[in-house]
Design a protein around this ligand. Structure first.
Ligand code: ZN
Length: 271
């Protein structure tokens, strides 16, 4: 997988990178798809990673995370997908055409006919807008308990404990329920940009109301750790609500934790 540093611009940048990324994404999907975690069942959830500035590998539609194989990952170009977001009249047919166009060259033999996940547009938006190299999308039960309730806003109302801030940052993004596909991808892009304006950085955790969570991660381990933290935060928040109501950390305390040298060291060491 590409390490931190400039994104390779040349399409000649090695296919080895893509093979390494595919191996990493298979490992991530099989971990996240474990039935005991209850993050995703059947064909729920998906993974993606960027191996060139304009290319991502993303789970094909209808595949199981738990049983994912490398051939269940499709290599697509980001540009044709992202261009759709600016075309007001684009609909399902245009999405199909863009998927075909994005896979026309460079796709591996044997996987080129697979259709990317319906949520590939969201992966394209998250990879383009954030500095993530790997994106994990899941539907964990404790997180969805809150996202499917009147308490969803509490997930982004404040930080509950220091390690939440160390792992996810002080603020996370909550996106309202929107029809999946192009309308949702456009809404997520707008909400991510508004979040960046408000907080001076891109969100690492994006909650989708009545749906699930996207994590913009540096690598496979970061994706697992951050998703685990969303599950823990949701479980703690549900308990706090049941115990009389959550007490969030003071905003200034949160900023202090985010910027403390010892916490920055701990964050760096966990990479
Ligand atoms: Zn989903």
């Amino acid at each position: 997988m590409r390490q931190a540093g400039p994104v390779p611009e040349s399409s000649a940048a090695s296919s080895t990178d893509q093979h390494a990324l595919r191996a990493d994404l298979v490992r991530l999907a099989r971990y996240a798809g474990q039935p005991s975690l209850q993050w995703a069942c059947a064909a729920e959830g998906n993974v993606s990673g960027r191996w060139l500035a304009d290319r991502m590998v993303v789970k094909a539609s209808g595949c199981s995370m738990e049983r994912l194989e490398s051939t269940d990952l499709v290599d697509v170009s980001l540009a044709p997908l992202l261009a759709l977001l600016d075309q007001d009249a684009a609909g399902d047919t245009a999405v199909d055409q863009a998927y075909r166009a994005s896979m026309a060259d460079g796709a591996d033999e044997g996987v080129s006919t697979r259709r990317p996940s319906v949520e590939a547009l969201l992966h394209a938006v998250v990879l383009e807008r954030t500095d993530a190299d790997v994106v994990l999308h899941t539907h964990p039960i404790p997180v969805n308990r809150l996202l499917c309730s009147t308490a969803a806003e509490q997930l982004v109302a404040g930080a509950l404990f220091p390690d939440q801030i160390v792992m996810m940052g002080q603020h996370q993004l909550l996106v309202p329920y929107v029809d999946p596909g192009l309308p949702l991808a456009r809404t997520v892009r707008r909400c991510v940009d508004e979040f960046a304006q408000a907080h001076g950085r891109m969100p690492k955790v994006i909650y989708l109301r009545n749906h699930g969570v996207f994590v913009a991660a540096r690598d496979v381990q970061d994706a697992i750790d951050t998703t685990s933290m969303t599950v823990k935060v949701a479980a703690v928040l549900l308990g706090a609500i049941a115990a009389g109501g959550p007490v969030f950390l003071d905003e200034h305390e949160g900023v202090r934790i985010e910027t403390r040298p010892d916490e920055q060291y701990r964050r760096a060491m966990s990479r």
